[in-house]
Design a protein around this ligand. Structure first.
Ligand SMILES: [Zn+2]
Ligand SMILES: [Zn+2]
Length: 261
């Protein structure tokens, strides 16, 4: 059982607007039922979007970035009739990874990701946790490190992994091509990009990751960022002040963001 008091309850979990996104997805051009389901749980004082995705055929679920509220998320997965099959990590920051060890212990699910370059962040989770008021934060060794070009299989769904350094050197994102859906962690937000003022952050690499790893996936791709509302790559290419096509065409295009952690 969790030693931590969950900071969200199941009602808050199930009322998140991503449920509306899933409806949108299932009404898309093909009229085919969506191969995946998605719900988002904001966790930790940083309101990190812990995203649960599942295969709608097998009901196997992966929890992406369980930074906290482990017991509440596990309960919500069960309430929806899903089986917690895997834990996926985009990067080693506290708000994304602090609850992974506890979730793996209580569920038996393997921890998959991030890229090995983020090991120094994972090793530091307990120090970060004491500094940021999350004393239950625990370090872990992933069952599987990920690299760009890898795929992960969840039930009958296949997810492509892209290595997107910049915010952290070992940041990865998860993309389901069939559903036109991505979980991008702190690479890209609606209207902003990930901070690059951390040790081993790299603002130029971050922009390169967005332009060469995310944009080619398609303007129609809907993404859940690590913090804040859902958007699409096309919308960000039109309007994002950091990485829109217009912003990157101008002089001095690469600048540091001051967005969420
Ligand atoms: Zn974050
Ligand atoms: Zn982060």
């Amino acid at each position: 059982m969790s030693r931590r008091t969950p900071n969200v309850n199941a009602e808050a979990v199930s009322s998140r607007p991503v449920d509306r996104y899933v409806s949108f997805m299932t009404q898309s051009a093909s009229q085919a039922p969506s191969p995946i389901g998605v719900f988002v749980t904001p966790v930790t004082p940083l309101q990190q979007n812990c995203t649960t995705v599942w295969c709608t055929k097998t009901l196997k679920a992966a929890v992406i970035d369980p930074g906290g509220s482990v017991a509440a998320i596990v309960a919500e997965v069960a309430r929806r009739g899903l089986t917690l099959d895997q834990i996926w990590i985009t990067h080693g920051h506290l708000d994304h990874a602090a609850g992974a060890a506890e979730m793996a212990e209580t569920s038996g699910a393997p921890i998959i990701g991030p890229h090995l370059e983020d090991q120094f962040w994972i090793d530091d989770l307990e120090v970060q946790g004491r500094q940021w008021g999350l004393p239950d934060a625990r370090t872990f060794t992933p069952t599987r490190w990920l690299e760009g070009g890898d795929t992960v299989t969840l039930g009958e769904t296949v997810w492509e992994v892209a290595h997107c350094p910049g915010h952290t050197p070992g940041h990865v994102i998860f993309f389901n091509r069939a559903a036109r859906f991505a979980q991008v962690g702190d690479v890209l937000f609606k209207g902003s990009v990930g901070r690059t003022d951390f040790p081993r952050s790299d603002p130029e690499a971050l922009i390169r990751s967005v332009v060469t790893r995310l944009w080619p996936l398609g303007d129609d791709v809907t993404f859940v960022p690590g913090h804040g509302p859902v958007s699409t790559f096309g919308e960000e290419r039109r309007t994002n002040p950091f990485v829109s096509d217009a912003a990157l065409a101008g002089p001095g295009a690469v600048r540091a963001a001051t967005g969420p952690a």
